[in-house]
Design a protein. Sequence first.
Length: 154
Amino acid sequence: MRGERIRTAAATVGALAGELRRDDLAVVAFWSDAAVLLRLGTPVRPLRLLDQLLAIPARGLTNLGFPLQVAARELARRAARDARVVLLSDCVHNAGPDPRPLAARLPRLDVLLDTAGEHDLELGRELAVAGRGRLLRVRHHRDVAPALSRAFAA
């Protein structure tokens, strides 16, 4: 990620950390692999989390299945009645198996579709439907907070 996309990712992490300060939050970064930046139940240190996010080098391929698998594992560690996954992605899936079945296994999946550049609206919509969530389009980092407010109001 570069430019506006990294600002959008940073805005998403910051908004979620602020919105969910009393709830458990996990953050997973992904490309053709996935890395847990924050595990459920770990205290959120927003600046440290943003530093970790910004330190991840840009990578070429995107496997949307990996973050969904990692999110399911994180959710399995703690029972939560209102658990949900928020996926920020352009949904251009170009590595790994079809992510739709993985989305269907999550309690709820809301997709923040980054439309600042190349993106796959159809796959984003299908993932949100499979995950019983909402598709919310974000083009700019300033779109993130209102989109998350809509997602959490539903």
